[in-house]
Each structure stands twice: as structure tokens, then as C-alpha cells.
Design a protein around this ligand. Sequence first.
Ligand code: COA
Length: 178
Amino acid sequence: MSAKPLLSTVDIVRLENDMEIKSFESEDKDLNDFLLRDAKNYSSSLLAVTYVLQVGDETVAYFSLSNESLIKNDDEKPIWNKINRFIPNDKRRRSYPAVKIARLAVAKKYANMGLGRHTILAIKGMFTNEPQRAGCRFLVVDAYRGALPFYQKNYFKFFTEQDCNDDTRIMYFDLKAI
Ligand SMILES: CC(C)(COP(=O)(O)OP(=O)(O)OC[C@H]1O[C@@H](n2cnc3c(N)ncnc32)[C@H](O)[C@@H]1OP(=O)(O)O)[C@@H](O)C(=O)NCCC(=O)NCCS
């Protein structure tokens, strides 16, 4: 299937406990297991909400979201100053409300067709387009090393240089930039 018809037929559905999870296989086993075994428990425990992207009988991608804070790291003043530059002076704090993309995966079969970008745009839209129930200024993600270029292409920035050699790196996106 090519990208355009695929994206126009994708439904994004919040995973409910009584829903059947349609088959899903990304290149990351832990992420596959999370969806199939843990996602509903996280939701019942109010720890994360999962959304699935479906086409016909297949799950083509999914993501899980949790509340989070972006907290000042005193060792990274230049990065924090850059973040603060877009916050009015009298509203600057040591932490800002955020939502964490706790998990995100696209099915192997549908990789490199724009579904990842479509998913990130949908998440950005969830916290900017719709009337909001709580303030949320940033998206954050603890991104796998292999996915760093993907998040950079989706305008996420590194939050610290201290994790530059780690397996995962914290990245953020300022929703006010939309
Ligand atoms: C990372 C992932 C979500 C990307 O999804 P995708 O649907 O294949 O990505 P898209 O087709 O939307 O790609 C958007 C852009 O990012 C680039 N990109 C995607 N994955 C990339 C990667 N691993 N490395 C470099 N660039 C990548 C694409 O080339 C494309 O660039 P372009 O705009 O120049 O064409 C997917 O590969 C995946 O599920 N990986 C396994 C799980 C994972 O790593 N999840 C992230 C957890 S933090």
C-alpha cells in the first residue's frame, strides 16, 4: 500500500479495556509486548493512555501518553534559557506541564510511509486543537537512539547534552510553536 491512501484510511482510537487489539508487529519486541500485554493495565491503573491507529483488521501504529513535567536542569542553563525565551517573563517557572510520549511504534510492514509523522502530528493536534482540560505546554519523549533522527525531523529538540552517549535521549517539543 502506498502512503497517501494509507494515511487517509487510518482511524485513531483510544484503547479501551473491552477492545480487541488487532494484530501488530513493529521491529521492537518490547513495544509489541507492551501493546499486547500491558497497555490495558496501564490504562486501568491511570498510568498511561494508549491510542491505536487501525486500518481494516490491522493495528498499523500505536502510542501511549502519560503526564509529565519538564523540569529545569541547573547544569543545562543555556538549554533552559532557550526554552524560557518563548515563555512570558512573569510566567517563567522551574518546571512546565508536559505530556510524555511514553511509547510509539509503527508496524514493520508500514515503516517509512509517513505513519510516524502522521502520529506525531495527531499527538500535537490533541494538545493544541481541541479544548484542553489542563494546561500542557510541551511534548517530551525519552527517545531510542535509533529514533533520534525521526524526532529531529519532527522538530523535537534535545533537552540535555548529559545523555548524549546514552541508549535513549530526552527530547522536547514546544506546543506553542504550532
Ligand atoms: C521510529 C518510527 C516510529 C518511525 O516511523 P515511520 O512511520 O517509519 O516514520 P515516517 O515514515 O513518518 O518518517 C518520517 C521521517 O523520519 C525519517 N525516519 C524515520 N525513521 C527514521 C530512522 N530510524 N532514522 C532516520 N530517519 C528516520 C524518515 O526518513 C522521514 O524523513 P523524510 O521526512 O526526510 O522523508 C518507526 O521506525 C518505529 O516504530 N520504530 C521502532 C520503534 C521505535 O523506535 N519507536 C520510537 C520509540 S522512542
